[in-house]
Write a new protein. Sequence first.
Length: 69
Amino acid sequence: MTDLTALTVEVARNTTVDESAIALLTGLAAQIEALKTDPAALQALADTMRGSSDALAAAVLANTPAAPV
């Protein structure tokens, strides 16, 4: 019989990631909707998101092995 433990763990991890992404997008949509009449607050949200995405991009770059030559 095949041990499916690793596959089960990976499926659970992917499900958690998917649920986190859904929660992030749902929350972001709600924040944008709430701030749509306040340009300064909307800009602050955009700035925060930009900072987070820049930090994530830097972390991915720093932790991704170079492609073999």
